[in-house]
Design a protein around this ligand. Structure first.
Ligand SMILES: [Zn+2]
Length: 171
């Protein structure tokens, strides 16, 4: 189980590029089942996969400035906040229909990030080989790759190679 921001990032990252091909972990019933159980437990198995995938596609397009937020409407159908009273006072809890709880939580997390940490949710800069996203929590706001170990090192190696090649060409 992950928090809503973790869920959002995991959902955005269900279309990794593997051996040069963009794959969709939610397209296949087997891998989709495994993903749902891992990120939201058994109760998530009733999630509407079609809606979850279209919500993910819209969120990815939004990050790339290729969609409008209105396209997220189906994920928020029937979603609201419920007041919850206990000894400490009043709290508001997100209330979602069962069949698209994850889609709704991802959209709410996306909106919260957009307001509290604008520009921090972005695509990995290794766009030629990678289709993953990251949330940059660094002070300097300078994270550019989905992971330093993966794309970070690959990009550094490539830049180094290109610099050397350019230097040689100038000789
Ligand atoms: Zn990457």
């Amino acid at each position: 189980m992950v928090d809503d921001e973790g869920l959002l990032l995991a959902l955005l990252n269900t279309t990794p590029t593997i051996s040069g091909e963009v794959t969709d972990l939610l397209a296949d019933p087997e891998t989709a089942r495994a993903w749902l159980t891992e990120h939201a437990g058994e109760e998530a198995l009733g999630e509407d996969l079609g809606l979850l995938r279209s919500t993910r596609d819209t969120l990815q397009a939004l990050i790339h400035d290729r969609a409008a937020p209105a396209a997220l409407a189906p994920a928020l159908d029937g979603v609201g906040y419920r007041p919850l009273l206990d000894d400490t006072g009043l709290a508001w809890r997100l209330s979602t229909p069962r069949d698209h709880a994850l889609a709704a939580r991802a959209v709410v997390a996306w909106d919260a990030l957009r307001r509290t940490a604008p520009g921090r949710l972005r695509a990995c800069e290794n766009t030629d080989e990678c289709t993953l996203f990251l949330v940059d929590r660094s002070k300097s706001n300078s994270a550019r790759w989905c992971s330093m170990a993966g794309c970070g090192n690959r990009m550094k190696a490539r830049r180094h190679y290109e610099r050397r090649r350019n230097t040689r060409a100038a000789d």
